[in-house]
Write a protein that binds this ligand. Structure first.
Ligand code: XUL
Ligand code: CO
Length: 439
């Protein structure tokens, strides 16, 4: 097999004092943190679309990176992409990958031909999986790029479009099962609207749920035992995406009885587009018992769109890993780098620099999150802050013993609340800095 990155060596852990940019400073795969190896805690995945396909094009200019992988036609490109992807995973020590059907093999003239060519490319992946042991974290169907999906897929006003989307999902599920994937993602591509003047929102949402139910039924019938995920996002490409945020998606899944099969795939940049912190979105999912997987990236707070930058903000990665550890760690999910190098970072070597930056940022985040938990000051503060719910009137409210009349009597007898305590935000932020910077 030809090497695509002959100048890049295998990336090793060299420790935080290393000045070698092609080394990990914090990610030491076999080191045990919080009861598991870092590799098991972090479950890093490569995103086929950004890494193997994205060439850095934006609204104002064409791509800056060549992702043709020395191919002379589409089929050859699909096969070469597999070799290049496995070389990247091997050199970085990444165990998982995520894909859309059309990242692996593009659209051909008909659905039948697209399926046939997809099968061929998938066979190459299966072959490489056998040789390397690399695994599929999750698969999905690209139901948003083809012009037929201009007004949505599952929420299209046109039933034929719904049928095409369903057909693509059926095939993508089969491929995910073939690749041993334990996750299947619904990111709401163009499932949303631009104006309610032309939109039957109620029907569109019912239809989206119908499509998800059909996917669950079919997936289970072909032996898919993993988790289905919805990936919330509030806007872009449509003005109003139906899957706004974790809370909205959880409400939707419960309304349609899909909450037993679906969990959430939380993406950092989508959280901030929804005007939430990444941690908020993770907490909402965790509290609902629906935390599943993560699309790791970050936005730029000065830009209002989905920049999908490689994550380097340690506060965010720390608080993310804090939520992951509190959720008991990943089961079927993992950390998929839904991230792309900036347009100006156009050399193939930048793929490695970007992944190293992202992997190290999460490794450091995991180390600090573990310290935050074992240190205990922050968790103890929270427990103390809610202590009034452990006994007395608080316990009576929780057990259901206290009705409104009992609460009124309690308040009247008390006269005034005399036990208010400070919320101590600044002290807690200082504790966090203290833990972060005394590693
Ligand atoms: C788009 C996005 C997608 C999903 C998979 O914003 O995040 O790449 O992760 O369809
Ligand atoms: Co994503």
């Amino acid at each position: 097999m030809s090497e695509f990155f002959s100048s890049i060596p295998k990336i090793n852990y060299e420790g935080k004092s290393s000045k070698n940019p092609l080394s990990f400073k914090f990610y030491n795969p076999e080191e045990v943190i919080a009861g598991k190896t870092m590799k098991e805690q972090l479950k890093f995945a490569l995103s086929w679309w950004h890494t193997m396909c994205g060439e850095g094009a934006d609204m104002f200019g064409r791509g800056t990176t060549d992702k043709n992988w020395n191919a002379s036609n589409n089929e050859e490109r699909s096969a070469n992409k597999v070799c290049a992807a496995f070389e990247i995973m091997d050199k970085l020590g990444i165990d998982y990958f995520c894909f859309h059907d059309r990242d692996v093999s593009p659209d051909y003239a008909t659905l039948a031909e697209s399926n046939e060519k997809l099968d061929k490319a998938v066979d190459v992946i299966v072959d490489m999986q056998k040789k390397t042991g690399k695994k599929c974290l999750w698969g999905t169907a690209n139901n948003f790029s083809h012009p037929r999906y201009m007004s949505g897929a599952g929420t299209s006003p046109n039933a034929d479009v719904f049928a095409f989307a369903a057909a693509q999902i059926k095939k993508a599920l089969e491929v995910t099962v073939k690749l041993g994937g334990n996750g299947y993602v619904f990111w709401g591509g163009r499932e949303g609207y631009e104006t309610l003047l032309n939109t039957n929102m109620g029907l569109e949402l019912d239809n989206m749920a119908r499509l998800m139910r059909l996917a669950v039924n079919y997936g289970r019938s072909i032996g898919f035992k993993g988790d289905f995920y919805v990936e919330p996002k509030p806007k872009e490409p449509t003005k109003h995406q139906y899957d706004v945020d974790s809370a909205t998606v959880i409400g939707f899944l419960r309304k349609y009885g899909l909450d037993k099969d679906f969990k959430l795939n939380i993406e950092a940049n989508h959280a901030t587009l929804a005007m939430h912190t990444f941690q908020h979105e993770l907490r909402v999912a965790r509290d609902a018992g629906m935390f599943g997987s993560i699309d790791a990236n970050q936005g730029d707070m000065l830009l209002g769109w989905d920049t999908d930058q490689f994550p380097t903000n340690i506060y965010d990665t720390t608080l993310c890993m804090y939520e992951v550890l509190k959720a008991g760690g990943f089961t079927n999910g993992g950390l998929n780098f839904d991230s792309k190098a900036r347009r100006g970072s156009f050399e193939l070597a930048d793929i490695f620099y970007s992944y190293i930056a992202g992997m190290d940022a999460f490794a450091l985040g995991l180390r600090i999150a573990d310290k935050l938990i074992t240190d205990g000051r922050i968790d103890d503060f929270v427990t103390q802050r809610y202590a009034s719910w452990q006994s007395g009137i608080g316990a009576d409210v929780i057990s259901g013993k206290a009705d409104l009349a009992a609460l009124e009597k309690y308040a009247l007898d008390k006269g005034e609340v005399s036990t208010l305590t400070s919320s101590r935000q600044e002290m807690l932020e200082d504790i966090m800095n203290n833990i972060m910077f005394t590693l």
